[in-house]
Design a protein around this ligand. Structure first.
Ligand code: F6R
Length: 613
């Protein structure tokens, strides 16, 4: 999605804005632009395509100023073009605005402004904003912040804004209403950004603006007000991300680095959430043991990869806690008229904590008086703030657009949580819980084992990547693994891929099987109740000459005898096998993408943080 940066301070703003935008590239974009103020002179540069095009424009035609705003745009209203890219200006070219999110009532505002003589230069929803401010300023000249505040009062939707104006050349304005925005505090300089990594190198403290707040930033002061005009004390927090953590650390891509970080992330989660008695400890969640006794149902909401984690969570809750559990997509849940009451715990899963559909589901659940527990990777995110309890996955910044370490951290979190609730409700035998905790402790090494075999995975990807399509199969706990493997493959290699519950094969998808179709089948754990059934599914594929790529436990000659290629993983308890198995599928997708020559960290059309519905 779009990215915002802004700067005010003693240094030349343009290089800092471009650096910030580069750090936000991972969010996905199709054009970029900056606006700089030098005294009363406003300069704007915009380019379609990569940031390097904007840099070239700035090199040919430099723009000076120690105050500025920048934006990477991911097209929603109007095609990617210079006219549609941000910043957008008022009719006098004195106010510049960058915007993330959507203005829902822009069409009516545009008509109203046209009737007052405004001639629009773009097709965007954003352009109404500088023009509304201009109108407010015309009605009551003088106080720019007031005019901005009144103009915002006319907007409906979710947005974050950065604003500068030649009418107040010593101030940077920031507004948050439903889309994330921070004010980063450096040494004698201040930044704004839609995401902390944009300004990580320069700030150690940040104000996480809340919805309905605006900041007026001058060289020596940050003044935060609510949009109703009341002053608020800014909520300043330490920025605890380490700049090195956002670097690639020698890996060729962020995605590969993040795949390799998974053992460390899981070890850290176990350190945080397993007590010295080897039982999960979740006192910090603030949900009392009594609450879990009165609870009747768990409803998990999330999107994309996090939805696959939700399906896994549902299976674990059903198997270990005796609670009824459901998992739904954020975008569906909110429209299906869910019958949830206060005896339902809603668990929202999100890496970014800013996914619009997940947030909307949480707000609906809150209106229905449910408690909200989120499994989230970003402290200070909207989801974290709006939840009654948060289980932070603390996987560190995930820069690769395709989610990897956040996913396995979500699975691990679900495992710990379900064991905890199962023990509290006396539905889970403590001896089995101890086995599962021991199993979780073995997971990081099992993932290392898979990582050490990446050349074998690469060889299989090299062999099978070129076809137009592939199928992924798995059952029970590894049904979400199949969905996630297929999603990873289509996201980064652009090969069409379908994930299916293996038992569904004969209900339709078997028609696709021929001697060309790669069928990736997760068939681990010989003692698991669905192992034999999955073997039968493999035989169905074999009989139709499908090209089977199996993920199997070490030494499983039965599966190997059926498959064209077998990728081995170590055996861990059935319930935990998805955390290990998916790493093989992440790497399979990774090497397929590499063979197909795609932009792995920034796949086309995708955005890291989906802040629009
Ligand atoms: C896929 C991927 C997306 C996200 C989804 C939800 O690799 O990253 O499917 O999982 O957009 O995002 P979060 O977890 O930030 O809510």
């Amino acid at each position: 999605m779009c990215g915002i940066v802004g700067y005010i301070g003693p240094r030349a703003a343009a290089p800092l804005l471009v650096e910030g935008l580069r750090n936000l590239e991972y969010r996905g974009y199709d054009s970029a632009g900056v606006a700089l103020l030098d005294g009363g002179t406003l300069s704007v540069r915009k380019r379609v395509g990569r940031l390097s095009n904007l840099e070239d424009a700035l090199a040919t035609e430099p723009a000076s100023g120690r105050l500025g705003i920048g934006h990477t745009r991911w097209a929603t209203h109007g095609e990617p073009s210079e006219a549609n890219s941000h910043p957008h200006l008022d009719s006098r070219n004195r106010i510049a605005v960058v915007h993330n999110g959507i203005i829902e009532n822009y069409a009516e505002l545009r008509e109203e402004l046209k009737a007052r003589g405004h001639v629009f230069r773009s097709e965007t929803d954003t352009e109404v904003i500088p023009r509304l401010i201009e109108e407010e300023l015309r009605a009551a000249p003088g106080d720019f912040a007031e005019a901005l505040r009144r103009a915002i009062g006319r907007l409906r939707g979710a947005f974050a804004l950065g604003v500068i104006t030649a009418d107040a050349p010593e101030a940077l304005f920031a507004v948050r209403e439903g889309s994330p925005l921070i004010v980063g505090l450096g040494e004698g300089e201040t930044f704004i950004a839609s995401d902390v990594p944009a300004v990580l190198r320069h700030v150690r403290r940040a104000i996480y603006l809340r919805d309905g707040e605006m900041a007026e930033i001058t060289p020596d002061r940050v003044r935060v007000r609510r949009l109703d005009g009341t002053e608020v004390r800014p909520d300043t927090q330490n920025v605890d991300l380490n700049p090195e953590a956002a670097e690639r650390a020698g890996f060729e891509t962020f995605m590969l680095k993040e795949i390799h970080e998974q053992p460390r992330v899981i070890r850290q989660l176990l350190k945080t959430y397993v007590g010295p008695d080897d039982r999960p400890r979740f006192e910090s969640l603030g949900l009392s043991p009594d609450y879990f006794q009165i609870l009747r149902r768990v409803m998990i909401v999330s999107c994309g990869t996090a939805y696959h984690a939700g399906i896994y969570g549902r299976l674990l809750f059903e198997n270990l806690t005796g609670l009824a559990a459901e998992a739904d997509l954020g975008s569906e849940f909110r429209y299906r008229g869910p019958r949830i009451e206060k005896d339902t715990l809603v668990i929202a899963v999100s890496q970014s904590g800013e996914t619009a559909d997940t947030l909307a589901s949480v707000r609906l659940a809150r209106r229905k008086k449910c408690k909200i527990l989120s499994i989230c990777n970003v402290r200070g995110s909207s989801l974290a703030r709006e939840s009654d309890a948060v289980l932070f996955t603390d996987a560190g910044p995930e820069i690769g657009v395709a989610s990897t370490k956040a996913y396995t951290a979500q699975l691990t979190s679900f495992a710990l949580l379900a064991i905890h609730v199962g023990l509290l409700r006396e539905e889970l035998d403590p001896a089995r819980a101890a086995e599962l905790i021991a199993g979780l402790r073995a997971v990081p090494d099992a993932i290392h084992y898979v990582l050490d075999r990446k050349e074998a995975i690469r060889a299989v990807a090299d062999k099978h990547h070129s076809g137009p399509s592939s199928m992924y199969l798995g059952r029970k706990f590894n049904f979400p693994t199949a969905l996630e493997g297929a999603l990873k493959n289509k996201e980064i290699s652009y090969q069409h891929a379908e994930g299916y519950a293996a038992g569904e094969l004969k209900h339709g998808p078997i028609a696709l099987i021929n001697e060309y179709l790669p069928v990736v089948c997760v068939c681990t754990r010989t003692r698991d109740e669905v192992y034999e059934k999955t073997l039968s599914n493999l035989k169905e594929v074999e009989a139709r000459h499908g090209r089977i790529i199996a993920v199997a436990n070490d030494g499983d000659t039965t599966v190997a005898g059926l498959a064209e290629d077998t990728l081995y993983v170590p055996e861990v308890p059935e319930e935990l096998s998805p955390i290990v198995n998916v790493v093989t599928l992440q790497l399979l997708a990774y090497y397929a993408a590499q063979a197909r020559g795609t932009d792995i960290d920034k796949p086309r059309n995708l955005a890291k943080s989906v802040t629009v519905e």
